[in-house]
Design a protein around this ligand. Structure first.
Ligand code: ZN
Length: 195
């Protein structure tokens, strides 16, 4: 169980018209707004808001006060626009309405999966439910337009405890559209996506 502080990126903005103090690349700075939250296995409540400024070229982080005038006010401006997500209050919500934690975890996984499905790329590994409590890992072999080709692991479908990590993806091939994957995810038939 994870106890401590979690962080969640709430917004990303390009900073225009400034060059990176380190590598001098123009328009390369990106500000990311984070909402930290206190985590007790699951999120309990949001805590600090933070802004990180990073150069997308040289990957260096800048101190918030390194931005030149008039861009230095941007940090405060972004901080004000960071909003906590409802799921950051999940434990109080569960406590208040008495929902089983496993259900909440399932729907949080499904929610996280959506952006991964929309940004599918070669090499991503999906764990699909293929039968009653039986799971099979599949790896994306190719993404073309709206079609996503998977290759199954040579390991036989297994229950969660027996899913190994020594998969070789040379099994049968399967093609999904993004819509079909989102539907399977919505039905909680994708229990894990590793990008
Ligand atoms: Zn730079």
């Amino acid at each position: 169980m994870i106890i401590g502080t979690g962080k969640s990126k709430r917004l990303t903005e390009k900073i225009e018209g400034v060059e990176c103090p380190a590598c001098k690349a123009k328009d390369s700075l990106v500000a990311e707004g984070y909402q930290d939250f206190f985590n007790f296995g699951l999120p309990v409540f949001p805590t600090t808001k933070r802004v990180e400024i990073k150069c997308s070229q040289c990957k260096k982080f800048l101190n918030n006060n390194e931005l030149p005038y008039p861009h230095n006010s941007l940090v405060m401006d972004i901080k004000q626009r960071i909003k906590p997500a409802v799921w950051m209050f999940i434990i109080p919500i569960i406590a208040a309405i008495g929902i089983p934690i496993s259900l909440i975890k399932q729907s949080m996984t499904a929610k996280e999966n959506i952006s991964k499905i929309n940004k599918a790329h070669k090499g991503d590994v999906y764990t699909f439910e293929v039968g009653d409590r039986l799971y099979q890992k599949m790896q994306i072999e190719k993404v073309k337009g709206d079609s996503i080709w998977f290759l199954a692991s040579l390991n036989s479908p297994a229950n969660k405890q027996n899913l190994g990590n020594n998969d070789v993806f040379e099994g049968y091939e399967l093609t999904y559209t993004t819509t079909q994957l989102l539907k399977r995810n919505d039905d909680h038939e994708i229990i894990d996506i590793v990008q």
